[in-house]
Ligand binder design. Structure first.
Ligand code: CP
Length: 314
């Protein structure tokens, strides 16, 4: 399996945030903040071709990568699975190698299978960089980065002072895994995780977290609440009793949010199941940072594409 880094100081691909040194995370966040402050760099990737290769649906990740690549001056190809030769049986690996042969040097890939993007990285030619835009339930590293940027903008640099709560379907969530890797690396003061037993993973994912099944208690005094989407497309039948019961026990309402710190922020990676994970009042309320997360997605993806691809023109 191709290792993510070329060496400890230089990433070749961005496949996961697991094991990424704190200094590298902070450097990416600093560069993303530079772009979030409204700066463009349309010459950074001039002459570089990037392809978005999504085998699963997406709105914000795909479009923000596309916008990020354009703002760096790259040529962007959007691969449409539904009209592609994958419909005739071409494999993902052959698809990658075919597009690579056209001179494309950057790939942003989403796939339903855990480890699929790492396997494609293994097949890629030297000089090609891959970004994992979400694989199975494993990792969504740029979502983790944009969540950290959003938290840092709201709460400052000192993650050691923060109590952060992650709520919901952690078991099926690649976002939660990437957020947990980043929060641990940045030294978050306390990481709480809350959800029904059936939707929390039984492996080492939650090591170092305070785990609870009582949302009101878990919310007590937290500085940030990161709600997760119920991943019904990845869920076996019967893991939750009913949507109504899930909302009753784990839905974030204005009344519940009062248990958190007065200036707590609410985040959600989207897409939101309104009225299930979170009420309209909270999703659209003053403590919500949901649209800031989306905005930060463009800046983070500019920083990542620039980092991996600047200087790799064919
Ligand atoms: N958060 C996220 O990955 O959203 P999309 O599925 O719309 O890209």
């Amino acid at each position: 399996m191709t290792l993510q880094p070329d060496n400890p100081d230089a990433l070749r691909h961005l496949l996961t945030l697991e094991g990424l040194p704190r200094a590298q995370l902070l450097a990416l966040l600093d560069r993303a903040q530079h772009y979030a402050d409204g700066r463009d760099n349309r010459s950074a990737l001039a002459g570089t071709a990037i392809c978005t290769l999504f085998f699963e649906p997406s709105t914000r990740t795909r479009l923000s990568f596309q916008l990020a690549a354009q703002r760096l001056g790259a040529d962007v190809l959007n691969f449409d699975v539904s009209t592609s030769s994958t419909r005739k049986g071409e494999t993902a690996r052959d698809t990658l190698r075919t597009i690579e042969a056209m001179g494309v040097r950057g790939f942003v890939i989403r796939h339903h299978d855990d480890g699929a993007v790492a396997a494609l990285a293994d097949a890629a030619a030297p000089g090609t960089a891959l970004v994992n835009a979400g694989d199975g339930r494993s990792a969504h590293p740029t979502q983790g980065l944009l969540d950290m940027l959003t938290l840092r903008q709201a709460k400052g640099d000192d993650f050691g002072r923060l109590k952060v709560l992650i709520v919901g379907d952690v078991r099926h969530s690649r976002v939660a895994r990437s957020d947990l890797h980043a929060l641990h690396a940045l030294g978050a003061g306390e990481i709480r995780v809350c959800g029904p037993r059936a939707l929390l993973p039984g492996d080492a994912t939650l090591d170092g977290c305070v785990v609870s099944h009582d949302l009101d208690a878990a919310l007590e005094g937290v500085d940030a609440v990161m709600m997760l989407r119920l991943q019904r497309e990845r869920m076996d039948e019967g893991l939750i009793d009913s949507i109504d019961a899930y909302h009753r026990d784990y839905g974030l309402t204005s009344q519940r949010l009062r248990c958190a710190a007065r200036d707590a922020v609410v985040m959600h990676p989207g897409p939101i199941n309104r009225g299930i994970e979170i009420t309209d009042e909270v999703a659209d309320g003053p403590q919500s940072r949901v649209l800031a997360q989306v905005r930060n997605g463009v800046a983070v993806r500019m920083a990542v594409l620039e980092y991996l691809l600047a200087g790799r023109q064919p």
